[in-house]
Design a protein around this ligand. Structure first.
Ligand code: MRU
Length: 351
């Protein structure tokens, strides 16, 4: 199984499949410190909500093993490590969920060596559970995909974006394992092309029948009846079912609703932020303007042009047919259906 986030025990380092270079180059990034891990998250060498949570958990292990921290009082050093990793990307709640979980696991620790050992056990558990949750999402999601259908997906919610298997792409993996015949349209997903570079790559590796389209082609395809379902991942889902996901998700949901096509969100329970209710409460990351002015290092717009570059948008619950979770399919999305599935106290604090 494809694993984008691997902790190498012999070398005490985190090994990340560099997602900025795929599919042209397959290169591993080695992180020995919490600073290197934080940089890899900011630079999106590792990306996707669950994957950055897993990477941050291992980043804490690296921080606790980092001799530069050993001269400081334990509690202050641990807080600094957690704060650094939490400052990397603001929208995906899995990052904060993983850091909170590490804090809880280490609450009784007071020395670096014991804490590092406990942290590694907890990070391994977070990773293993994420893979299990993805497999479960896949099984539930595959029950919605009928033989012969064509579905559309946006961005990359695959093995690369998780500890393995994927959420939205886990649905396709599970459907294939069940012997279903189906096709997939893959949105290229500007500005950083996670669909073209990463989802298309995963589909080719898996030999799933997939067709790449530019983002602006989705509307015509949906109107022409060529798409029977849309499935995307999520970066944060509020208690009332507002979903933050890759920019361009909201217009797809509108198109799907207008044309009577089911719109599904696939996410593990670590993506739910039960401390907030509405979309406006989600902090949307804004990224470097050159991500829009350039494509793959090639300038495509005047350097002087003003740019707006939010990394995510928010889809309201009335546009979502169902949310496919590891615990089952939530449908319809009402304010009380999510707590019933997820539990009201999944998170202590969002970011
Ligand atoms: O900016 P990215 O590439 O980290 O955004 C990723 C997404 O929006 C994914 O759809 C989401 O994290 C779900 S991944 C299972």
């Amino acid at each position: 199984m494809l694993e984008a986030v691997v902790y190498n025990r012999e070398e005490s380092r985190l090994e990340l499949l560099d997602q900025t270079l795929l599919p042209v180059e397959t290169r591993t990034v080695f992180c020995k410190t919490e600073q290197e891990t934080a940089k890899a998250i900011v630079d999106m060498q590792v990306r996707g909500a669950p994957a950055i949570g897993v990477a941050a958990a291992y980043g804490i292990v690296l921080g606790l093993n980092n001799p530069q921290n050993h001269g400081k009082p334990f509690k202050a050093a641990f807080a600094e490590i957690c704060d650094l990793l939490a400052s990397t990307r603001p929208t995906a709640v899995n990052l904060f969920w993983a850091i909170d979980r590490m804090k809880k696991a280490l609450s009784g620790c007071s020395d670096f060596a014991a804490a590092a050992a406990t942290a590694l056990t907890e990070a391994d558990a977070i990773k293993a559970e994420d893979i299990e949750m993805c497999r479960s999402i896949g099984r539930f999601g595959a029950s919605l995909l009928k033989n012969g259908e064509t579905w559309l997906t946006h961005c990359n919610a695959g093995a690369l974006a998780t500890a393995g298997y994927g959420t939205a792409l886990g649905v396709f993996r599970a459907a294939r394992e069940q012997g279903k015949k189906f096709k997939v349209f893959v949105d290229e997903t500007r500005p950083l092309l996670q669909g073209a570079r990463l989802t298309a790559w995963e589909m080719v590796q898996e030999k799933i029948d997939a067709t790449l389209i530019c983002d602006n082609m989705a509307g015509g395809l949906i109107r022409d009846g060529k798409v029977q379902g849309v499935v995307v991942g999520a970066d944060r889902i509020t208690a009332h079912g507002f979903v933050a996901n890759k920019i361009g998700t909201y217009p797809l949901a509108v198109l799907a609703k207008y044309n009577g096509v089911p719109f599904y969100v696939a996410a593990p329970d670590s993506t739910f932020d039960m401390t907030i209710k509405y979309g406006e409460e989600i902090k949307i990351e804004e990224r470097d303007h050159d991500e829009v002015r350039y494509i793959g290092g090639q300038q495509v717009a005047p350097k002087e042009i003003k740019v707006y570059n939010p990394a995510f948008d928010v889809t309201p619950p009335e546009l979502i047919t169902a949310i496919i979770t590891n615990k089952g399919i939530i449908r319809p999305i009402y304010r009380d259906t999510i707590p019933q599935f997820i539990g009201a106290d999944t998170k202590e604090a969002g970011a």
